[in-house]
Design a protein around this ligand. Structure first.
Ligand code: PLP
Length: 411
């Protein structure tokens, strides 16, 4: 099966930039279908980290010596590159270890001091645990309630139901831009507009969106947007939180320590401006340098090209999997990213994933950090194949053939 190359890009050459994709697993060529879990890294990112550690390594903002200035400049340059990639101002971009940190920062620094008993937070059924548990921790401490927006059987948000939930006691709405299990792309702009009309603050979990489609955060109308770097071709332990300047400016620090202060006295301390107020301690400097290069690299590739390429692969994979007897796909939203969660009647997801691994095919199995969603579907686990632009048509054919084979072995 062949597809036109979106944007005239030589995808084989792009794939060749990812050294790990050339390796074998269990004597078979690796077919990596777990990019929603973590993406692979192009050579440019690996080399940027290597160069930083080999030539420029020092702490940021603490030393006046040459390496200190180089490290600080490299780190701040990464912030600027990411801000450009995401359409925001660098001074509104807090660098942190990823979405989990970013969402906890909003929960503890924005929500905890504000929410009162009887007020409410709205989440959706499709959230990752990272966008559920921080709000539960804050709800417990403040007496606020959590309300849940439900889904249609296809795995889209029931928007009419969501609007009905947005009653006057709701102060915050936190939801995924793209679901990590279903691939559903939520209409962020429309949701944020409805929330803003009601004075509700919006927090968007962009973990699965920014790696797969063009995202201009400033056009979305949200108040906070979280993302994680390791799904974006960057190193682990990287990512960020964008927040409106006036909101960040009104938030107390989340963690205390070096770099986030203006002055420290034993009688009390004063704090730095955002984003530094929220970056206590030594950050993942090398990792963020790599992430800045990843953002540039993806921008050069063109996120619209990435999206078109992945949509073509998704269509091929959906058709191939639909032809497998007894296979059920969870999530058939009209607008969907390249994630396919599935189960095969009479088999267990972990058995499927284990046998696929022996064929060289890496898929995730389990609950995908989304217990409430899987409970709603009435299943204890699914397999998830998540694609990226560096996958190939031949890999999808190999995946479908392996699924036929392992199904035969298990039934
Ligand atoms: N939110 C979503 C939708 C995710 O898919 C993930 C990662 O799987 C996270 C949050 C958590 O990201 P991290 O572990 O990088 O903080």
């Amino acid at each position: 099966m062949s597809h036109p190359a979106p944007g005239g890009i030589d995808w084989a050459a792009v794939r060749a930039e990812f050294p790990i994709l050339g390796r074998e697993v269990h004597g078979k060529p690796l077919v990596y279908l777990d990019s929603a879990n973590t993406s692979q890294k192009p050579r440019a990112v690996i080399e940027a980290v290597d160069t930083f550690l080999t030539r420029h390594n020092a702490n940021v903002s603490r030393a006046v010596h040459a390496l200190g200035s180089e490290a600080t400049e490299a780190y701040e340059n990464a912030r600027r590159r990411l801000a450009t990639f995401l359409g925001v101002r660098a001074e509104e971009l807090v660098l942190c270890s990823g979405t989990t940190f970013a969402l906890n920062l909003v929960a503890f620094s924005w929500a905890l001091p504000r929410l009162k008993p009887g007020e409410a937070i709205v989440l959706t059924r499709m959230e990752h645990h990272a966008n559920i548990v921080p709000w539960q921790l804050v709800a417990e401490r403040t007496g606020a309630r959590i309300k849940v927006a439900e889904l249609t059987p296809e795995g889209e948000l029931d928007l009419e139901g969501l609007w009905r939930l947005l009653t006057p006691e709701v102060k915050l709405l936190a939801f995924a831009h793209v679901s990590n299990v279903l691939g559903t792309v939520n209409p962020v702009r429309e949701i944020c507009r409805e929330a803003a009309r009601r004075g509700i603050t919006t927090v968007v979990d962009g973990s699965q969106a920014v790696p797969h489609r063009p995202v201009d955060i400033s056009a979305l109308g949200c108040d906070f947007y979280a993302f994680t770097g390791h799904k974006l071709c960057g190193p682990t332990g990287t990512g960020g939180l964008w927040g409106r300047r006036e909101l960040l400016a009104g938030m107390p620090p989340f963690l205390g320590g070096g770099e986030m202060i203006r002055e420290v006295r034993f009688e009390g301390s004063t704090f730095n401006d955002p984003p530094y107020r929220f970056e206590a301690g030594t950050p993942n400097i090398a990792g963020h340098v790599g992430l800045g290069v990843a953002a540039d690299w993806l921008q050069n590739l063109g996120m619209a090209n990435v999206e078109a390429r992945e949509q073509a692969l998704l269509a091929q994979a959906t058709a191939a999997l639909s032809a497998i007897p007894g296979l059920r796909i969870f999530g058939t939203a009209r607008e969907k990213a390249a994630v396919i969660s599935f189960a095969i009647e009479g088999t267990h997801a972990h058995d499927l994933a284990t046998l696929l691994d022996l064929e060289g095919i890496a898929v995730r199995s389990g609950q995908h950090c989304a217990h409430p969603l899987l409970q709603w579907f009435g299943v204890s686990a699914t397999c998830r194949a998540s694609l990226a632009f560096y996958n190939t048509e031949a890999e999808i054919e190999a995946f479908a053939a392996a699924l036929h084979k392992v199904r035969g072995l298990l039934l």
